[in-house]
Ligand binder design. Structure first.
Ligand code: UD2
Length: 299
């Protein structure tokens, strides 16, 4: 039984972490509820309605583990509002690290992003691949990661960082313009409309179901070897956008053809992770794409 504080606990990833951990642990959500994915709170879970930049020192003495998922998550918004992005993702993270430094924290798990790699020089992308972000979002996530690793080296805070690739879950909101391709395709196809593919559809991504992300976080909390390290969170399998569209159309039993549009400017062609470092920690991605997508039908 640990006392776990989950920042962004009302969000897409945070809410699944709450679900996983709350039965056997004492879980507290810290969220400003600016864009909650889930508004209701599971029984027994406490809520601190606050921003990650607020003074939350009074709560630190009751915390063993911090899982920091709260962030400004939109690449597009970061391009238009880089200060807003940095205030949330850099200053918010630094605030939490400072609070944690003065408390007796067993583990601080930071959600970084595959966006920190920028345009891959080669695939699969291992953790030692250069991190040359192409957006303020990628830069702020990288800054947060650097602070976390530095806090481990300089202050001995037991930090560990996760770099998720393309996460999907039925809780991703398709009406959010910043949502990923899977929620957009599902939204269209389930309503009988053709999915829109940008470019020739031969670009690839490494899609990871949110429950596999939760499994990796669990390992990062329990394994001492995770401290001071960063881990790719992905499946190591690449899927083309054409394949994705086919699977979703098939799953919903529709007779549809994708609608092709011009490629998006700056779109990354191929992205797939080398997950051997996470595998050494004991990570095994369990949900294949089709199985993960089937959970959208149960929604
Ligand atoms: C993901 C992240 C982004 C950033 C980036 C780093 C999401 C939603 N976005 O961008 O935040 O971390 O990785 O590399 O997780 N596409 C279509 N039709 C659509 C929507 C998308 O063809 O209706 C294509 C799009 O052109 C791209 C692929 O699908 O090639 C994936 O798009 P995405 O927006 O889900 O994610 P990505 O990898 O571009």
């Amino acid at each position: 039984m640990k006392r776990i504080l989950i920042t962004g606990g009302a969000g897409q990833v945070g809410s699944y972490l709450v679900d996983r951990f709350h039965e056997e642990n004492e879980v507290t959500i810290l969220d400003n509820y600016s864009s909650p994915t889930r508004k209701d709170v599971p029984e027994g879970v406490s809520v601190i309605k606050a921003d990650i930049r607020d003074d939350i020192s009074e709560h630190m003495s009751n915390t063993d583990v911090i899982i920091h998922t709260a962030a400004q998550i939109s690449v597009v918004r970061s391009m238009n509002e880089p200060f807003f992005d940095a205030q949330n993702n850099i200053m918010g993270t630094l605030n939490l690290l400072e609070e944690a430094r003065h408390a007796n924290i067993e583990r601080f798990v930071y959600f970084s992003s595959a966006a920190t790699y920028g345009n891959p020089l080669k695939v699969p992308i291992g953790e030692t691949h250069p991190q040359e972000p192409l957006s303020p979002y990628g830069a702020s996530k990288l800054a947060g990661e650097k602070y976390c690793i530095m806090y481990n080296k300089a202050y001995g805070l037991p930090t560990t960082c996760i770099r998720p690739f393309n996460i999907y879950s039925p809780r991703q909101d398709p009406s959010n313009p910043y949502s990923g391709v899977i929620s957009k395709f599902i939204d269209k196809v389930s309503g009988g409309a053709s999915p829109t593919i940008f470019g020739d559809g031969e670009q690839t991504r490494d899609f990871i179901y949110v429950r596999d992300i939760v499994d990796l976080v669990d390992l990062m909390i329990s394994k001492r070897t995770a401290i001071g390290e960063s881990f790719n969170a992905a499946t190591g399998r690449s899927t083309t956008i054409n394949e994705l569209a086919e699977i979703i159309i098939d799953l919903f039993g529709k007779e549809l053809k994708a609608d092709y549009k011009d490629p998006l400017e700056g779109d990354i062609k191929h992205s797939v992770a080398d997950i051997s470092k996470a595998e050494k920690l004991g990570f095994v991605p369990k949900v294949d794409l089709r199985k993960g997508l089937e959970t959208f039908l149960e929604k």
